[in-house]
Design a protein around this ligand. Structure first.
Ligand code: UDP
Length: 310
């Protein structure tokens, strides 16, 4: 199968390219390299089944494929806030361009949405039926509301044209091929611990997140891709829940680092809690994440050691 992956050089995208190539698929990797990295895909460049297309998803395109997976959007908080209007365009113009390409070809689209559609949730854990607590005027809205609009647009393509759509809501995911400077908590803490500098906990560190290793997320994406008659939106992630302060301590112990923990101002509108309710994924896809947090973090620590030349 010929699969177009938009955002294919990013963290999730490049891992997905690898998974699909290993399964014998042909991969068309589209990226504008705003947060995608050539380093992430350089190992595929001699693979006959891999093709790179430099293109910005917010501009229309016409590319033949049997299946489209849309991952194109800056996803870490500092990166998506760098140019918020562009983030909104990537989400909204981007999904229109993806859906128009798919409509012309009459092919399915799997779109990666996000747990951010739940905003700062007052329901915990979050089932897909929870419609969220999102502020439309916040500095996070370019991403949260952009992703919500993208889901709306997909459902309206289905209602209007019968489009074949599948939607994943991705919860905090980590693993090899993350950028060392993308500002996410996992990459920040591991890089800080490995460099022996202070770990920066924002706020009092009592906010919590649940962390999923990349291979588990990919398992879920592949199950959804191959599923019949299931649209979602479906949560994918893991239920390991940590306060950020406990997570910092875990990273310190797994790296054996002597770094200290320091407290910094909590970013505005930072959600206080987040954990996926995975019942729907389990019921409809047989999804259950397998990699325990220590194993996943050790693999990620090894990756960052290599990337940083330590
Ligand atoms: N965070 C932190 N220190 C950092 C980076 C992030 O304490 O160096 C916190 C952040 O405020 C949030 C959580 O860790 O509460 C997860 O942040 P991340 O940016 O990884 O993802 P989010 O879930 O907010 O999209």
């Amino acid at each position: 199968m010929k699969v177009l992956i938009t955002g294919g050089a990013g963290f999730i995208g490049s891992n997905l390219c690898e998974r699909l190539l290993n399964e014998g698929d042909e991969v068309l990797c589209m990226d504008n390299f705003f947060t995608g990295s050539k380093e992430n895909i350089k190992e595929f460049k001699d693979n006959y089944n891999f093709e790179l297309i430099r293109h910005d998803i917010s501009e229309p395109f016409n590319i033949e494929a049997d299946f489209i997976i849309n991952l194109a959007c800056p996803a870490s908080v500092p990166f998506y806030q760098k140019n918020p209007l562009k983030t909104m365009k990537d989400n909204v113009f981007g999904i229109f361009n993806v859906m128009e390409n798919a409509r012309r070809l009459n092919v399915p689209v799997l779109h990666t949405s996000t747990s951010e559609v739940y905003g700062s949730p007052s329901v915990h854990p979050q089932p897909e039926t929870y419609s969220g607590n999102v502020n439309p005027t916040s500095i996070r809205s370019c991403y949260d509301e952009g992703k919500r609009a993208a889901e709306t647009i997909m459902f309206d393509y289905r209602r209007t044209y019968g489009a074949d759509i599948k939607i994943v809501r991705v919860f905090n995911t980590y693993g090899p091929k993350m950028l060392e400077d993308d500002g996410r908590v996992v990459s920040n803490f591991i890089v800080q611990a490995l460099k022996g500098i202070d770990l920066t906990v924002y706020g009092d560190g009592k906010q919590n997140r649940s962390f999923c290793y990349i291979s588990d997320l990919l398992d879920g994406i592949m199950l959804l891709k191959d599923s019949k008659n299931f649209t979602g939106p479906v949560n994918l992630g893991n239920t390991y829940e940590f306060t950020i302060i406990d997570f910092a301590k875990l990273v310190l112990s797994l790296t054996g680092s002597k770094s200290k923990i320091v407290f910094k101002e909590l970013p505005k509108d930072d959600p206080i809690q987040r954990r996926p309710d995975l019942s729907l994924a389990k019921e409809n896809l047989g999804y259950s994440p397998k990699v325990d947090i220590e194993t996943g973090l050790k693999l990620t620590i090894e990756y960052f050691k290599k990337r940083l030349g330590l």
